[in-house]
Write a protein that binds this ligand. Structure first.
Ligand SMILES: [Zn+2]
Length: 344
């Protein structure tokens, strides 16, 4: 992957969808179109999302997750072995109860999930592109398992499936494949026992760059309520970073701006590239470029300049479009300030 600038900007993943495609400011928002019209609508939305990133000057672009309803569920919907009509209520990320589908038999991937979408994005731009997939631990955490009856066993199965998908995304021209693992901020023992190991299984044999995104979630109520309980210092990263530092993952994407994460924890992954979250996705106030620059300057004490990738804290799907657009522009402008200071 060739990035033509220092401090290349990107987003954690999702961006708002146009209101003609799905109801805005909502997770799991149902599609407003069907069949061929839906297929075409998703592609049009992907093009718009790409264009908004380009207009804002984002360096590493994505599909804005326009073709998926949810960052975890949509991937699982395409697999065999999971019954979406058989639902059980489970506690997700130890935080909120949700009705989830059931694993009823061996899980497998009969055909690619996002590969056609990735090819479509690749055909639209020569810029580096990043593609997000759910991580194994976050996937098992949104299911009821009536078959394997072992979180670890199911995670290894998903890791194998994710590796199949990732290899095809790489062949489609994706430059960075990112695995979203918000569950890494919750289940520390499992992260260290098998969480990072399953992630490494998912990236096995890949030549493109790989990233893991670990955050405190979208700005939805269950997450903001949970954050209230975490105290004044959020030290969750301290649990997963040593293992990640020793892993084969190239990039770690994390939440920094407006969070209570002590920024010096980044020292624990020294040597890795770090996507520093400099945009808060949990409020509608658009950051000033100077605020973004400030967060990046703080991070620069613990990340080498050539390894710092300015980013958003998490996805922006639930935000109003104009807010997300403003935040993209702020990210670019803030990165430009610091780039200037570095003499780049
Ligand atoms: Zn996130």
């Amino acid at each position: 992957m060739t990035v033509h600038t220092v401090l290349p900007t990107s987003t954690a993943g999702s961006l708002p969808k146009p209101s003609w495609l799905a109801e805005p400011e909502k997770l799991w928002s149902p599609w407003k179109l069907q069949d061929d019209a839906l297929r075409e609508g998703k592609q049009d939305a992907l093009r718009l999302s790409l264009q908004e990133q380009q207009h804002a000057g984002i360096d590493i672009v994505s599909d804005g997750e326009q073709t998926r309803q949810h960052f975890v569920t949509t991937f699982i919907e395409h697999l065999d072995g999971v019954d979406f009509n058989k639902r059980e209520t489970v506690r997700i990320r130890d935080r909120y109860d949700a009705s989830v589908p059931t694993v009823v038999s061996a899980v497998s991937r009969q055909k690619p999930v996002f590969v056609e979408d990735a090819k479509f994005l690749r055909a639209q731009t020569k810029q580096p592109i990043k593609w997000a997939l759910p991580g194994p631990m976050t996937m098992i955490d949104t299911l009821y398992d009536a078959h394997y009856k072992s979180r670890e066993k199911l995670a290894w199965e998903f890791a194998t499936i994710l590796n199949q998908e990732a290899r095809e995304l790489e062949a489609a021209g994706v430059d960075i494949i990112q695995f979203d693992e918000p569950a890494f901020n919750v289940f520390f023992d499992e992260v260290n026992d098998w969480g990072v190991a399953t992630l490494e299984r998912a990236i096995e044999g890949l030549k493109c760059e790989t990233a893991v995104h670990i955050c405190y979630g979208y700005g939805i109520k269950a997450n903001t309520d949970w954050k209230q309980t975490l105290g004044s210092e959020w030290r969750q990263y301290e649990e997963s970073f040593p293992k990640l530092q020793a892993s084969n993952i190239d990039i770690v994407s994390l939440e920094c701006h407006n969070s209570h994460v002590p920024i010096d924890l980044i020292e624990l992954i020294r040597g890795k590239k770090v996507m520093v979250g400099a945009i808060d996705v949990a409020n509608h106030a658009v950051e000033t470029p100077e605020e973004v620059a400030n967060t990046l300057r703080k991070a620069l004490k613990f990340v080498d300049g050539d390894k710092l990738y300015p980013c958003t804290n998490c996805g922006m799907a639930p935000l109003p479009r104009h807010v997300a657009r403003g935040k993209l522009q702020a990210l670019s402008a803030g990165a430009a300030i610091v780039r200037g200071e570095l003499g780049a």
